[in-house]
Write a protein that binds this ligand. Structure first.
Ligand code: AMP
Length: 210
């Protein structure tokens, strides 16, 4: 878990690759839905562009149909879900008899998040992030093109952070009391953050009640 710009997408991809499990990124699923010329596609597109949250009922439906697929049976990395206490409660129910829910929070100060999000580029093909100022070329290693996300301008970034504080922070506090919760310092280099997350997951798995 982490606010927009905390690096959770990048880190989720790394952890999923390292552990050979799929990544379930609800933002990516919704961005695909938003491309459809349907009423639901238009509604989702407008919500994302305002930086608001899609309603819990739809999100829980999306998640529950995704995590029952065969590739997710041995585990999966969630990126962007849950974002509200209601979604967290639903996840607990969906995960009953399936294994522990390990929660890692990536903590980054507010000003640094705004700076990162308003300069972020995302490869439209593989989802890799890059920094608008540091990145000269607009081509990713995979051959895709780096684009700015429509919800990555400063006004929407401020709104997404406000919503994170209001809707998602209470969920982080809800998880904080659990032995399977860990927080890592998201201002470190991406490689050090990955190492901390891997350690957090291994420690949580080692300390599960038998
Ligand atoms: P992300 O790529 O995770 O930053 O998500 C992009 C946008 O998709 C968010 O700003 C929300 O509008 C929407 N979204 C993604 N995941 C959720 C969720 N779990 N609950 C509600 N809205 C979501």
């Amino acid at each position: 878990m982490g606010p927009p710009g905390s690096g959770k997408g990048t880190q989720a991809r790394r952890v999923a690759n390292a552990r050979g499990v799929p990544i379930v990124a609800t933002g990516d699923i919704l961005r695909r839905t938003a491309l459809a010329a349907t009423s639901i596609g238009r509604t989702v597109k407008a919500i994302i562009e305002r930086g608001e949250l899609v309603d819990d009922e739809m999100m829980i439906e999306i998640l529950s149909t995704r995590i029952i697929l065969s590739d997710a049976q041995a585990g999966f990395v969630l990126d962007g879900f849950p974002r509200t206490v209601n979604q967290g409660l639903a996840l607990d129910v969906l995960m009953e008899n399936r294994g522990p829910v390990i929660v890692v929070e990536i903590a980054v100060p507010h000003d640094e998040l705004i700076r990162r999000v308003s300069r972020r580029l995302v490869c439209q093909q593989c989802g890799t992030n890059a920094d608008l100022v540091e990145r000269g070329a607009r081509r990713c290693q995979c051959g895709g093109t780096f684009l700015t996300r429509p919800d990555d301008n400063e006004r929407v970034a401020v709104e997404r952070l406000r919503i994170y504080e209001r809707a998602t922070k209470p969920l982080v506090d809800f998880y904080r009391k659990r032995p399977t919760f860990r927080a890592v310092d998201g201002t470190l280099s991406p490689d050090r953050v990955t190492a901390q997350i891997e350690l957090a997951i291994d420690t949580a798995l080692d300390n599960l009640p038998v």
